[in-house]
Design a protein around this ligand. Structure first.
Ligand SMILES: [Fe+2]
Length: 355
């Protein structure tokens, strides 16, 4: 890919490294890199063994992004959530990651506090306090005080090699899901390996909320060389009946339209939640290049009944896995490889962007 004009313009801009959660003083994000390696994952149960960390650390990522369900909190009692975060903090592999690697995190339903829950969750503020404390969010971060959630973005790397990471909050403002009405319909769904939800056709249904939409547009307007968008649930995968953007078709289309307005840098979409890994690819009339999404789930959790997905462009694997984004900064632009790897570090999925 070639962005000569943009690269020239960016070379004249000052290098900027934004602080992210608990920035380590020796942060590799602050160093000039020929290759940027970001690892990510989701669905990490605090009660279980977590052998995946050894394989993650072998990849020497400069950043690990936790995409949600980072604990299975599942409680509206803050003390219970706190105890589960404390359990995660005791895991040796997790401790090794925290000591060596920069991390960033967004939540999904289970660490927000309840299965598939949205704006109605009663202890959002308490959950936010616990979440941001656990992940060492800097005291001056807006995430502590935004009235509508913990979405965040940051940029790292020198001019010409800038990676922007955008993490959306898909819980704080999300309006109700639409569940199938009767048992017969539910059984039909089960037989097809699909979940219980139907698309919400109401144009007022909300995933992000207006303020988050405006914020996202502002972030996309900032110059970057690669944009990584983290969505705790699947964004471009086909409708599965489980939680995904496909349940909110108006919001999904709005997102695709917004992305089409900012096509100066390649997009890498990453997601979690499913308990299997797969890569989805979508061609959209407004996008110059196909949109590619790597779903990695779970770090501990597995769901064998993989749903159909007409946008799937890889094999799908119901095994413990993590995701990798490798960016080689070549003279004519970034060469991006997306991978999902298993607990032994073996490659399950590999995809050269844009493919
Ligand atoms: Fe989830």
């Amino acid at each position: 890919m070639n962005y000569p004009d943009k690269t020239k313009r960016r070379l004249s801009q000052a290098m900027a490294v934004s602080p992210i959660m608990g920035l380590l003083s020796h942060s590799p994000l602050a160093q000039i890199q020929q290759q940027t390696i970001i690892a990510f994952g989701s669905c990490l149960h605090q009660d279980k063994e977590q052998p995946i960390w050894e394989a993650v650390l072998q990849q020497n990522p400069q950043l690990f992004i936790f995409l949600g369900d980072n604990i299975y909190g599942d409680s509206d009692d803050p003390q219970v959530l706190a105890a589960k975060y404390a359990q995660l903090a005791q895991k040796p592999g997790f401790q090794a990651l925290r000591q060596s690697t920069e991390v960033a995190a967004i939540w999904d339903d289970h660490d927000f506090g309840a299965n598939d829950v949205g704006k109605e969750f009663p202890i959002k503020e308490a959950s936010r306090e616990l979440m941001l404390s656990f992940w060492n969010e800097p005291a001056d971060s807006e995430r502590w005080s935004r009235p509508d959630g913990i979405y965040t973005a940051f940029m790292f790397g020198e001019a010409g090699r800038r990676v922007q990471v955008i993490l959306l909050d898909l819980r704080w403002n999300r309006t109700s899901l639409n569940m199938v009405a009767n048992e017969a319909e539910w059984r039909e769904r089960e037989d097809a390996d699909m979940g219980p939800y139907k698309p919400v056709q109401d144009a007022d249904a909300v995933m992000l909320g207006e303020d988050q939409w405006q914020w996202l547009a502002g972030e996309l307007a900032k110059p970057a060389d690669v944009r990584v968008i983290g969505s705790s649930i699947q964004m471009i995968a086909d409708f599965t009946g489980w939680e995904s953007w496909a349940n909110f078709p108006h919001e999904r289309e709005r997102l695709l339209k917004l992305l089409s307005e900012y096509q100066d840098a390649p997009y890498v979409i990453i997601s979690g939640d499913t308990h299997w890994c797969e890569l989805s690819r979508l061609e959209h009339p407004d996008l110059h290049q196909p949109l590619v999404e790597l779903t990695s789930s779970g770090l501990t959790e597995i769901w064998e009944k993989i749903s159909p997905n007409q946008h799937r462009a890889s094999s799908a694997h119901a095994v413990q896995n993590f995701g990798l984004i490798k960016i080689d900064w070549q003279e004519n632009g970034p060469a991006i490889t997306l991978q999902a790897r298993d607990v032994n570090g073996d490659v399950l999925i590999t995809y050269d962007y844009p493919g």
